[in-house]
Design a protein around this ligand. Structure first.
Ligand SMILES: Cc1ncc(COP(=O)(O)O)c(C=O)c1O
Length: 458
C-alpha cells in the first residue's frame, strides 16, 4: 500500500500552508508574544491516541489553529526581547521546506554529495564574511551546547594522554576554565566529558563582566601546583547576561603558554562581525583552537543551526571518527562530516544558511544587525535618562540590562507585568546578586517602535 496515494492533497494543503505562513508573518504584530495558557491546557485537548483511519489536512489545520497555536510563544514576534531571540527569516523557512522535502542524510559525502559540499561552501562564505581566519574548518551541528561539547572533547584529546583509548580512570583531575558569566552549556559539556563539577573553574570577571586574565593565570598555576591537569579555557564573546566580551588575546597567550585548548563561545555575538565595525570582537581570535557561532541566534537562520569552526580539524577527527564496515567508502571525498562529531545522521542545514546569505546578501544582513545595536544604544540612553531606572551593565551589542530602583520583588513584579501585557517578552538575569530585566534585540522584523514599547510599558 502506498502511504501517499498521490500528491494532490499535499499540493493543495501545501499552497494553503504557505499562504497561512505569509499571513502569520504579516500579522504577527497583532498576536500576544508570550502564550498565556496554563500548564497542561494544551495536552488535555488531545485524545488518548492518534486516529485509526487518519484525518484530512483541512481538519488537522483547524486543530493546529484552535488547539496548538494558543500555546505558542511567538519567537518570530518583533517584540520578542527575551533570552537570545532565535531569529528566523522567510528565506530560512524556504530552506527548511526544501530540506524537509529532500529529507537527506549527510553523514557521508556519498550519501548526498551536495549536502556535504554546500555545507563546506556555506561555512567558507560565512567564515570569510565574519572576517575569521582562513585556516578554519567548519561543521554545522544543532546547537552551541553540542558544539562546545565537541570542542572540549577535542581539547581533552589534544592533551596527548590518549583518553580515547585509556579513559580517564588513572589520570589526575582535568580542569576547564571559563568566566563566571560563561553559559551553562560549558558546565554541561565538562560534566558529560567526565571532568566533574569540581573540574570546572569559574574565573572572576572585571567591572564590565569580562574574564580577568590575571585571575585565570593564578587559577592555572594553583591547579598545576596541586597536580591537576589544566585542559581548556573557554572565552565568551557575547555573554548570555550582558553580551560582555572576554579579552580573547590575553586569554589566548595564557592558553598557548599553558598548552590548553582555547574554545571561544561567540554563539550570540559572532554574527555581529558580519559588519566590519564589530570585528574588534575577534581581537586575538587567531589563537583560538575552536569557535562556535550560531546563525540561529542572530543571523536570521531557523533553529537549529550552530557552526563550529576549528583550526585543528584533525584533532576533532581523531576524537570522533569511527567508521563501521557498512559505512566504509572508496571515493576520494575530502570530508565525511560524520567523522567530526558524535551524531551519524545529519540534516541538510546548510541549505537554509546558504539561502539566507545569498537571498539577503551581506549588506542587508549588516544593516539589520547594525540597526539592532543602534536600537539597544537608544534604549539604554533613554533608560539612563530616567531617575527611577539604572543600568546594571554597560550596554553591549544588542543587549540592555536595567533595574528599577527598588527591591528585587518590585523588579520581578515589573517583569511579570511587562510580559503579562502580551505586547513584549523580556527576561531577567542576576548580576552580582542584583536582579535585572534584560532586553536582547535580534528579530529581523524589529523596528524602533517595537523597542519603544518597553519604555511606554514601564
Ligand atoms: C553565550 C551562549 N552560549 C551558548 C548558548 C547555548 O546555545 P544553544 O541553545 O545553541 O545550545 C547560549 C544560549 O543562549 C548562550 O547565550
Amino acid at each position: 500500500m502506498k502511504l501517499d496515494p498521490s500528491s494532490q492533497e499535499f499540493r493543495s494543503a501545501g499552497h494553503r500552508l504557505v499562504d497561512w505562513i505569509a499571513d502569520y508573518l504579516d500579522n504577527i504584530d497583532s498576536r500576544r508574544v508570550l502564550s498565556n495558557v496554563q500548564p497542561g491546557e494544551i495536552a488535555q485537548q488531545f485524545a488518548s491516541g492518534p486516529s485509526a483511519n487518519g484525518k484530512s489536512y483541512d481538519e488537522l489545520f483547524a486543530e493546529f489553529e484552535s488547539k496548538i497555536l494558543p500555546g505558542i510563544t511567538h519567537w518570530n514576534h518583533p517584540s520578542f526581547f527575551a533570552y537570545f531571540s532565535i531569529t528566523g527569516s522567510q528565506a530560512g523557512i524556504l530552506g527548511e521546506m526544501l530540506s524537509a522535502a529532500l529529507n537527506t542524510n549527510g553523514m557521508l559525502w556519498k550519501t548526498s554529495p551536495a549536502v556535504t559540499e554546500l555545507e563546506t561552501v556555506a561555512l567558507r562564505w560565512l567564515r570569510d564574511s565574519l572576517g575569521l581566519p582562513s585556516n578554519l574548518f567548519g561543521i554545522i551541528n544543532d546547537t552551541a551546547s553540542i558544539n562546545s561539547f565537541l570542542a572540549l572533547a577535542a581539547g581533552r584529546e589534544a592533551m596527548g594522554l590518549n583518553v580515547r583509548r585509556e579513559g580517564l580512570a588513572d589520570l589526575p583531575q582535568f580542569r576547564i576554565y571559563c568566566s563566571e558569566h560563561a553559559h551553562s552549556s560549558i558546565d554541561k559539556a565538562a560534566l558529560a566529558l567526565g571532568f566533574g563539577a569540581r573540574g570546572i573553574v569559574k574565573i572572576p570577571s572585571d567591572d564590565a563582566f569580562r574574564m580577568r586574565p590575571d585571575a585565570l593565570e593564578k587559577a592555572v598555576a594553583a591547579d598545576r601546583a596541586e597536580g591537576m591537569l589544566p585542559c581548556a579555557v573557554v572565552a565568551t564573546v557575547g555573554t548570555t547576561s550582558t553580551a560582555s566580551v572576554d579579552p580573547v588575546r590575553a586569554i589566548a597567550h595564557i592558553a598557548e603558554r599553558e598548552h590548553m585548548w582555547l574554545h571561544v563561545d561567540a554563539s550570540y555575538a559572532g554574527s555581529a562581525t558580519i559588519d566590519p565595525s564589530f570585528r574588534w570582537l575577534w581581537d586575538g581570535i587567531e589563537g583560538a583552537d575552536s569557535i562556535v557561532v550560531n546563525p540561529h541566534k542572530w543571523l536570521f537562520t531557523q533553529v537549529d543551526c550552530s557552526v563550529l569552526y576549528t583550526r585543528k580539524p584533525e584533532v576533532l577527527r581523531e576524537t570522533f571518527s569511527l567508521v563501521p564496515e557498512y559505512l566504509k567508502t572508496t571515493d576520494t571525498a575530502e570530508v565525511n562530516y560524520m567523522d567530526y562529531g558524535l551524531q551519524l545522521g545529519r540534516r541538510f542545514r546548510a541549505l537554509k544558511l546558504w539561502l539566507v546569505l545569498e537571498h539577503y546578501g551581506i549588506e542587508r544582513l549588516r544593516t539589520v544587525i547594525r540597526d539592532h545595536v543602534e536600537f539597544a544604544k537608544r534604549l539604554a540612553a533613554e533608560l539612563e535618562n530616567r531617575d527611577d531606572i539604572e543600568l546594571l551593565a554597560p550596554q553591549s551589542m544588542s543587549v540592555v540590562v536595567f533595574r528599577k530602583k527598588g527591591s528585587e520583588e518590585e523588579n520581578a513584579a515589573l517583569l511579570e507585568r511587562l510580559n503579562a501585557s502580551g505586547k513584549i517578552f523580556v527576561s531577567h538575569t542576576k548580576l552580582r546578586d542584583r536582579y535585572g530585566i534584560r532586553v536582547a534585540i535580534g528579530n529581523g522584523a524589529t523596528e524602533w517602535r517595537h523597542v519603544q514599547q518597553i519604555l511606554h510599558l514601564i
